[in-house]
Design a protein around this ligand. Structure first.
Ligand code: ZN
Length: 99
């Protein structure tokens, strides 16, 4: 039961992170930013990685089995625009609408 609840919570967090990320991508397209492999060029210039548990880092772990994963919690990570730990906490909290 608890496992189910935890995975639901994680799914929601992943959705929230990807929704926020999708908005940033749409904005970059709207500005006419250059893209590489579906993401804004700028994101690759100083790469930042985020997981659904609210960790952001410029570093990540590489796992043969699971690909690139979070340094703090080993969850899946995504390349994101520059963001601080405080800002990602805001994004991941349910208190604020994603804008
Ligand atoms: Zn993490």
């Amino acid at each position: 039961m608890n496992d189910q609840n935890n995975s639901d919570t994680l799914d929601n967090a992943v959705r929230r992170l990807l929704q926020w990320r999708g908005i940033r991508i749409t904005e970059a397209r709207g500005r006419g930013d250059r893209f590489f492999m579906g993401l804004p060029d700028a994101w690759y210039e100083s790469p930042m990685w985020a997981c659904a548990n609210g960790h952001v880092s410029t570093k990540y772990l590489k796992s043969e089995r699971r690909g690139t994963i979070c340094l703090s919690c080993q969850a899946q990570i995504w390349l994101v625009p520059q963001i601080t730990q405080a800002e990602i906490a805001e994004v991941m909290s349910n208190k604020k609408e994603i804008v």
